[in-house]
Design a protein around this ligand. Structure first.
Ligand code: 8YV
Length: 333
């Protein structure tokens, strides 16, 4: 859709501008579609509370990212709110129950990022097992020429993979892991119909039988610190084995327990794309050489972020045109 097409959705039947609150710094790809179409108030609630209080009664939509916080206290200030459009599949920062209670719906951007997040999960598994960042440094800093080869690494093909969360992205990870000849099992709230892989009811039991444990479960209260010291001990099997990969949310892991486990050699290593308090990553974690770190880049390719922005904007466009939403969150369907 062109900018002039977008501008046409700025007015409804009464000809008034539609006020949208951007609750956090948005992707430029999302902002570029919002700005010609709506009157966008960029983080006004944080930068100018007085101006925000004046405009709040007119705000009809929130534009958010997957990491945005939309608590009940903010929603309560927006009596005219109709829609929260999240550019992200995860919406654990949005109080969906509170939004629904005041008659607003929440949308997100599922599916379009499945490939990228699954690709990154496999990339982190390979990097952590085969120590690719360390290998790059080994060549680059002259250690190879000066001191000889690297220590041997861990084999990924044919190893046992435990997936925590078997939704759309979990299934995309399993599909890729199958091509590596991995033995795949998973845990989730319950066994999923139509999934051929073996279901293990508890995360501790899954960790105990896995060489790689990959987290791709939604964040939020239901999964907070799901991976704790007990799970990490099970993954390590008392022999410093097991690699943890997190492409879900930092909140799913007890980060302090993970750092202890890595420092003490309880597990072999980790590949992490998400953290408890992004973008801040604890110094102790950054010091560890057997950990591969990424700055929350699961969906960060040009084509996927464009598709996410199109879908996030499309939900707003359809809503204000009086048409059906493209991708409401399950609780709002
Ligand atoms: C992005 C994400 O970091 O989709 C999610 O839930 O965490 C990510 O894809 C982000 O929300 C992009 O705006």
């Amino acid at each position: 859709m062109s900018a002039s097409d977008n501008a046409r959705v700025n007015v409804r039947d009464n000809g008034q501008p539609i006020h949208v609150l951007a609750v956090s710094k948005l992707s430029p790809l999302y902002a570029a579609q919002l700005q010609p179409a709506y009157t966008v108030h960029d983080r006004l609630h944080e930068t100018d509370p007085a101006a925000f209080a004046a405009i709040a009664p007119q705000i009809r939509a929130i534009a958010a990212s997957g990491e945005s916080k939309v608590p009940a206290a903010l929603l309560a200030q927006l009596p005219a709110l109709e829609l929260v459009s999240v550019m992200g599949v995860g919406y654990d920062g949005v109080d969906v129950a509170a939004a629904k209670a005041q008659g607003a719906v929440v949308t997100h951007t599922p599916n379009v990022l499945n490939d990228d997040v699954a690709d990154l999960a496999i990339g982190l598994m390979l990097c952590a097992a085969r120590q690719l960042p360390q290998a790059d440094r080994h060549v680059r800093d002259g250690t190879w020429a000066a001191s000889g080869p690297m220590p041997l690494a861990r084999k990924m093909s044919g190893a046992r993979l435990g997936i925590v969360g078997m939704g759309r992205i979990g299934q995309a990870i399993a599909q890729r892991a199958a091509a590596f000849g991995m033995a795949i099992a998973y845990t989730a709230r319950s066994a999923k119909a139509g999934i051929a892989h073996r279901y293990v009811p508890s995360v501790v039991a899954l960790a105990a039988e896995s060489d790689f444990l990959v987290l791709i479960t939604p964040g939020g209260a239901g999964t907070r610190k799901l991976v704790n010291a007990e799970v990490l001990a099970a993954l390590g099997k008392g022999r410093g084995e097991g690699i943890l990969v997190n492409v879900a949310r930092g909140s799913v892991v007890d980060e302090a327990a993970l750092i202890d486990a890595l420092e003490q050699g309880v597990i072999a290593g980790a590949g992490l794309d998400v953290f408890e308090n992004e973008p801040h990553v604890p110094e102790r974690l950054r010091q560890l050489s057997h950990v591969v770190l990424a700055p929350h880049i699961g969906s960060a390719t040009h084509s996927t972020r464009q598709a996410m922005a199109d879908l996030a904007f499309g939900n707003l466009r359809e809503h204000f045109a009086g048409r059906a939403l493209l991708s409401p969150v399950p609780e709002c369907q």
